[in-house]
Ligand binder design. Structure first.
Ligand code: LHQ
Length: 259
């Protein structure tokens, strides 16, 4: 049987490829387990300094495999339990991963697939890709953090309309609206995403982790509290060897060699 997730270990970074192309990489339990485990290993393994997430075939991810959580005879499925056991831990793991996670959206991203993409730190998309908050079409609530993330990225008016109508959003409009970082020609997506993640892998991993931590804290606290958070994180950063190396490299006009 084909692996549902391909893990490609490159020099300094890992590429995780959702690999159920015949279902547009929709999530079943096996894919959830594999992705969650791979991200856990990526967090632990010092040889991995950044992660690239993408999909095999013509889609990025069509969200939950609807064949797997099919309402039918008998008691209805407990979708809250599905979120609690699979989607919520996944989103939490990405947001708290002490390494950058780049998402290369190679094709359609629908339902939880769209919200998984925007949970990542930097999102690139192929120009032909589209994002669909498809939940309302099947009478569900947008999940995987989408009701929190999307209005913060593109504003309440646009997020509401996308969620209520399930209208597809083309990648270039997603860039225009501030939802993602870049839309690139389809045939350049892999190269651009791989170059970006390799660049991030050469930066200070602990420094980037602190930036993620600061942004995460800032999303829910006051400016006053955030200033304290910045102070604390900057104190840690300033005491870390990567800062000393960064400054030394700058003064010596050479590339830094971070720990
Ligand atoms: C699929 C799927 C899919 C199975 C395409 N499942 N097969 C969380 C908690 C628990 C439960 C519920 O959900 C959630 C969160 C969610 O993610 S809810 C939202 C679930 N996703 C959707 O509602 C999206 C469903 N898919 C679509 O609307 C379309 O497939 C899109 C717009 C993504 C792509 O359309 P097309 O490019 O026209 O492709 P297609 O529809 O022909 O799909 C290709 C194949 O993939 C097809 O199989 P087939 O055997 O006919 O070739 C689809 O059945 C299969 N597929 N999405 N989610």
């Amino acid at each position: 049987m084909d692996e549902v997730l391909r893990v490609e270990k490159r020099e300094g970074w890992w590429k995780l490829v959702l690999n159920r192309p015949e279902k547009l990489n929709a999530f079943n339990e096996a894919l959830h387990a594999a992705l969650f485990a791979a991200l856990g290993q990526a967090a632990q393994d010092a040889a991995c300094r950044a992660v690239l997430l993408t999909g095999a075939g013509r889609g990025f991810c069509a969200g939950q495999d609807l064949g797997d959580r099919r309402p039918g005879e008998g008691p209805p499925p407990d979708l809250g339990d599905t979120l609690e056991r699979f989607y919520n831990p996944l989103v939490r793991r990405i947001r708290t991963l002490p390494k950058p996670v780049v998402c290369a959206v190679n094709g359609v991203a629908a339902g939880a697939g769209a919200n998984l993409a925007i949970a990542c730190d930097i999102v690139l998309a192929a120009k032909s890709a589209r994002f669909i908050q498809s939940f309302s079409k099947i009478a569900l609530v947008p999940d995987s953090g989408g009701t929190w993330t999307l209005p913060r990225l593109i504003g309440e008016a646009r997020a509401r309309a996308l969620m209520l109508t399930a209208e597809p959003l083309p990648a270039e409009t997603a860039v225009e609206w501030g939802m993602i970082w870049k839309a690139v020609d389809d045939d350049r997506l892999t190269l651009e995403a791989e170059n970006l993640v390799a660049r991030l892998a050469a930066q200070s991993t602990s420094g980037l982790a602190r930036i993620k931590q600061a942004l995460e804290a800032g999303a829910t606290q006051s400016l006053d509290a955030q200033l304290d958070t910045e102070r604390d994180l900057q104190r840690e950063a300033g005491a870390a060897p990567d800062y000393a190396e960064g400054v030394r490299a700058f003064l010596e006009k050479r590339a830094p060699r971070f720990a």
